[in-house]
Design a protein around this ligand. Structure first.
Ligand SMILES: N[C@@H](CCC(=O)N[C@@H](CS)C(=O)NCC(=O)O)C(=O)O
Length: 243
């Protein structure tokens, strides 16, 4: 229970997922795991946070950005209801896998959602749905958005590789997650922690994207990861756990 009101600013739900943004899924999942009360303010346009990114929260009149920094601040205020049981070594593993997903796998997911020329038509529909750009403006604004994202991927580095290399690099991340999780229901013990929230966010974002691409085909073969996603949906987002 929180004494302060948390307002979570994030995009509208999409594709039977809590959010099109894995970082928003991560934070909302954390809030539910921690049983912290919050209300959602749905973004109508680009995030107007100090970092220009979502999610962000308002708490006690303060605006906080970045899912990881927000979780750290919530832990400082409300203790460690989610990760408190972890040993220092487990915390280290948790952080390393979170970084792998958020700083590496994420960019392949961005490529799949926004740029992959093999799925140009589906991606145009996605951009329209997620941004709310009127259909008449799409031929102009859509390519501008894609140009900006392409430049970001080039600067990050992954975008300098051909598609098959992007997929291969991301598949290695997914394989590492699958082998690490093995047959355990959750990453650590019998209840989910923050790294499970992040794994759910990224694996669900890949496997529930409603068009096909090599990374998705590879990920769905890892039954344990797909089951993990279902388990988290059922326990944290029962309203979405239909299939
Ligand atoms: N490190 C940040 C990353 C957040 C992030 O990249 N959010 C994306 C959506 S997945 C965003 O808001 N992008 C808007 C933009 O770049 O204009 C976090 O953990 O919150």
């Amino acid at each position: 229970m929180t004494s302060a009101t948390i307002v979570l600013h994030q995009f509208a739900p999409m594709y039977g997922l809590p959010n099109p943004s894995p970082f928003c899924i991560k934070l909302e999942t954390y809030l539910r795991l921690a049983k912290l009360e919050y209300t959602v303010a749905t973004l109508k346009g680009p995030p107007r946070s100090p970092t220009g990114k979502a999610p962000y929260i308002e708490i006690d009149g303060e605006v906080l950005c970045d899912s990881g920094l927000i979780v750290a601040e919530l832990e400082r205020r409300y203790g460690h209801p989610v990760d408190g049981k972890l040993t220092l070594s487990e915390r280290a593993q948790s952080l390393a896998f979170q970084r792998m997903m958020e700083e590496h796998l994420y960019w392949a997911a961005v490529y799949a959602r926004w740029l992959d020329p093999e799925n140009a038509q589906a991606i145009r529909g996605y951009i329209r749905d997620v941004t709310g750009i009127p259909a008449v403006l799409m031929p102009i604004v859509g390519p501008l958005i894609q140009r900006r994202i392409k430049a970001t991927l080039l600067n990050q580095g992954l975008g300098r590789h051909p598609p098959q290399t992007i997929w291969r690099l991301a598949m290695a991340d997914v394989d590492a997650l699958a082998h690490w999780l093995g047959q355990r229901p959750w990453a650590f013990g019998d209840s989910p922690t923050t790294v499970d929230a992040v794994m759910f966010a990224f694996i669900a974002s890949v496997v529930r994207t409603p068009w096909d691409f090599p990374l998705k085909a590879h990920t769905v073969k890892h039954r344990n990861l797909v089951d993990h996603t279902q388990r988290m949906l059922a326990s944290c987002f029962p309203e979405l756990a239909t299939s």
